[in-house]
Unconditional design. Structure first.
Length: 333
């Protein structure tokens, strides 16, 4: 009897860690660089809510906004190393991995509206781009919309010549670098978390971003003039560490996919309104002057930036440009 009791006790001790481990929730660290009250920030929190609900608490999502865990220059490497499981970087961030094709999405005047963008990313173009990430140990889950870029400085930017000699912060896209140079300005790559101080101190003269980011990061407080140009689009790719994702139990992964699909629909639905509300809030503040391009001004910008399309062939390759041209019915030269 003693031997049986001893054996039972040993078996119980051996099983205890397994039981405890089984009861511990799976942790997903979701890092991003913007505020909680932006479309991306709200999308991340919606995913957390739905993921924890659909998995009955078997998954816990820890959201780290505002570069509180990693800066945008560091986060993709952290994902590949498994230090963080989920990110939502702007698509311009994939070029340092050797996947320059994503930068085709940064071409100026590419998407005529949010609906055009959404259709393209749900279709062949979006899927083709995500396949490129697999070789880097990254799985693409969804594309999130953050609307169209505006541009700011401490002087009105209405004509291409108004850009001459000004230093502009860019996120890292060589496409953006090119069209700012074509406008006569000097683009500078800088982490998102450093932009406010750089604008405040004059390290850079201006930047491009969406209305929601101008508001929540308070860029409008240190820029006298904002041109509501909508010259380029800002989109995010929600990505996950492939090893982590494929190692999840199939039922858990299915529940997380459902949560991501719903969070994506929510985020993309609110993006347009969030930017409209932010624009109204910036105007109401009276701290900056909003400028709107006339048809003639817009045409001058388009003509000045047009050579970016021909230049892009050497940067992103003909294959993705052909796909973009077909999917969006745009001319590449």
């Amino acid at each position: 009897m003693r031997k049986l009791l001893f054996a039972a006790a040993v078996a119980a001790l051996a099983l205890a860690p397994v039981v405890a481990e089984a009861q511990s929730p799976i942790i997903i660290k979701f890092s991003h660089v913007v505020a909680n009250d932006t479309p991306k920030g709200k999308g991340a929190l919606k995913f957390k809510e739905l993921a924890e609900k659909y998995t009955d608490g078997k998954v816990k999502v820890e959201v780290y906004p505002n570069s509180s865990l990693y800066k945008d220059k560091e986060e993709i490497e952290a994902l590949q190393l498994g230090s963080v499981q989920m990110l939502a970087p702007s698509t311009a961030k994939f070029a340092p991995l050797g996947i320059k094709e994503f930068e085709a999405l940064d071409l100026p005047w590419l998407f005529k509206d949010d609906a055009t963008y959404s259709a393209a990313m749900k279709g062949k173009l979006g899927k083709w781009l995500f396949q490129k990430l697999e070789t880097k140990g990254i799985t693409g889950l969804a594309y999130w919309d953050n609307g169209f870029h505006m541009v700011s400085s401490n002087r009105p930017l209405m004509k291409p010549e108004d850009f001459k000699g000004l230093k502009f912060r860019i996120s890292g896209s060589k496409i953006a670098d090119q069209y700012f140079r074509l406008m006569g300005s000097i683009p500078q790559i800088m982490a998102f978390s450093e932009v406010y101080q750089a604008l405040q101190t004059g390290v850079v003269d201006g930047c491009e971003n969406t209305a929601s980011n101008y508001l929540t990061q308070k860029f409008y407080e240190v820029q006298k003039d904002i041109t509501v140009s909508y010259h380029a689009h800002l989109q995010y790719a929600v990505i996950v560490n492939s090893k982590f994702w494929s190692g999840l139990p199939p039922d858990i992964r299915a529940q997380l996919e459902k949560a991501m699909a719903e969070a994506t629909e929510y985020t993309n639905q609110i993006a347009h309104q969030e930017n409209e509300d932010a624009l109204a809030e910036i105007k109401k503040s009276g701290k900056t002057t909003l400028h709107y391009l006339s048809d003639a001004d817009r045409k001058a910008w388009q003509e000045a930036m047009r050579p970016t399309y021909a230049w892009a062939k050497g940067r992103v390759g003909q294959e993705v440009l052909d796909l973009v041209a077909k999917e969006l019915d745009v001319k590449m030269n």
